[in-house]
Ligand binder design. Structure first.
Ligand SMILES: Cc1cc2nc3c(=O)[nH]c(=O)nc-3n(C[C@H](O)[C@H](O)[C@H](O)COP(=O)(O)OP(=O)(O)OC[C@H]3O[C@@H](n4cnc5c(N)ncnc54)[C@H](O)[C@@H]3O)c2cc1C
Length: 370
């Protein structure tokens, strides 16, 4: 019997399902995809888009076009809550959507808890498309005067954004900004000393400041206040600090992990409700908590595709194996990268060339279905 599959978010873990949407429809199922934008932006190339190395259209998938071309329905909107007992999704617009099987790939967000009013010229690194607005504003500012930019966060997103912002101003600005990373107590703390050292060297030799003297308490337009009480005047702030899974699940009273992500079993299937699935940053994988990196979302693709089809057709599910160590390469914005896998670290031009090749190939593969 024909069933209704709903995909909430067209993120990195839904790529294979989206590429094979026609197969669901050929089997008589109805497919609806819900997303706040007709496009999905690939985060791995986000910092490169900030520096204008890539154009926005090079780093995004035309989700709506891919869905409609294959006979699916695309709804422009955001899921706010799920009524799992009645298999109903409530949209922010007030509309509702019922499903037989649903899969969530709604990603993560940067919490705004430290942001106080007034809050102009404050941008977050997620959603990635916000970097387009940040870029526009930075270019406006650096064409007028020497400005100070504060980047809050101590991980790779902060490092990549700082390096690429430097690049943007260097290539397209009139005045070089003063860029400072407010990194808490230790910049790149979860990485080995070699990676940390390379990242610090790459940024500080371009006079990008890295503060490791404590955490930011609050920010408002043009001002950053530390927990120590010390204040910094800035013209623009970018929030690149600890992302959180989409709040949909906690707001719906669904079983979640300690971080608020949808609790899923080894089949990427929700607890209590076997017709709920999920992948990417918005889930909490019960067997082994996973880092919030796109690598896992990408690895989940084939299993999610198989299990959605199997669930609609009453067939057996496949377990997800997160696999071993993964490769990370940071785009430092000056034509160099820092590559890191297990015990291997490599920095310089070659690392960036490898990243650029992998990212373009990934985009090419999925853009070709558009
Ligand atoms: C600057 C930056 C650089 C990064 N670089 C890398 C990297 O090089 N390698 C790596 O492995 N990881 C990287 N990451 C981490 C990576 O971004 C995430 O792990 C990855 O985006 C997770 O993919 P996702 O599909 O789960 O979520 P997302 O990419 O956030 O996608 C979620 C999708 O769901 C949609 N959506 C959101 N809310 C709703 C809603 N309520 N209803 C419907 N749809 C919704 C969004 O529009 C979006 O299309 C980076 C992160 C940042 C911030």
């Amino acid at each position: 019997m024909a069933k209704h599959l709903v995909l909430v978010g067209g993120g990195h873990a839904h790529m294979v399902t989206l590429a094979n949407l026609r197969k669901f429809i050929e089997r008589g199922h109805k497919v609806t995809v819900l997303g706040p934008s007709p496009y999905h932006y690939y985060s791995g190339m986000g910092p490169g888009m900030l520096s204008r190395l890539y154009r926005p259209e090079q780093i995004r998938f035309a989700t709506r076009r891919v869905v409609e071309k294959q006979g699916g329905d695309f709804i422009l909107g955001k899921a706010a809550r799920v009524d799992a007992a009645n298999r109903t999704i409530h949209l922010e617009s007030g509309e509702t959507l019922t499903y037989d099987v649903v899969s969530f790939n709604a990603g993560s967000y940067v919490p705004y808890t430290i942001v106080k009013d007034p809050a102009n010229d404050i941008f977050a690194v997620k959603p990635i498309e916000r970097l387009i607005e940040a870029q526009r504003r930075i270019l406006q500012l650096v064409s007028q005067k020497k400005v100070a930019v504060g980047i809050i966060g101590g991980g790779p997103a902060a490092a990549e954004v700082a390096g690429n912002l430097w690049r943007l101003a260097k290539d397209h600005g009139r005045y070089m900004p003063e860029i400072r990373i407010f990194s808490g107590e230790k910049f790149m703390a979860r990485f080995p000393a070699g990676v940390r050292k390379k990242a610090i060297h790459s940024l500080t030799r371009r006079r990008i400041g890295i503060l490791e003297q404590g955490f930011v308490k609050e920010v408002r337009s043009n001002e950053i206040t530390m927990q120590s009480g010390q204040r910094y005047d800035v013209d623009l702030i970018i929030l690149a600090l600890g992302i959180k899974p989409s709040p949909i699940f906690q707001d719906s009273g669904l079983p979640t992990g300690p971080d608020g992500g949808l609790l899923v079993n080894r089949y990427l299937q929700g607890h209590q409700y076997p017709e709920i699935f999920g992948g990417g940053d918005c889930i909490y994988f019960q067997e082994r908590p996973l880092e919030k990196v796109g690598v896992y979302a990408v690895r989940e693709n084939p299993v999610l595709y198989h299990n959605l089809m199997a669930s609609l057709e009453g067939k057996g599910l496949q377990p997800f194996d997160p696999g071993g160590d993964y490769l990370l390469i940071f785009n430092m914005g000056d034509g160099t990268g820092i590559l890191y896998k297990k015990w291997l670290t490599l920095d310089g031009r070659l690392a960036f060339i490898i990243k650029d090749y992998i990212d373009r190939r990934f985009m090419g593969k999925y853009q070709s279905i558009e």
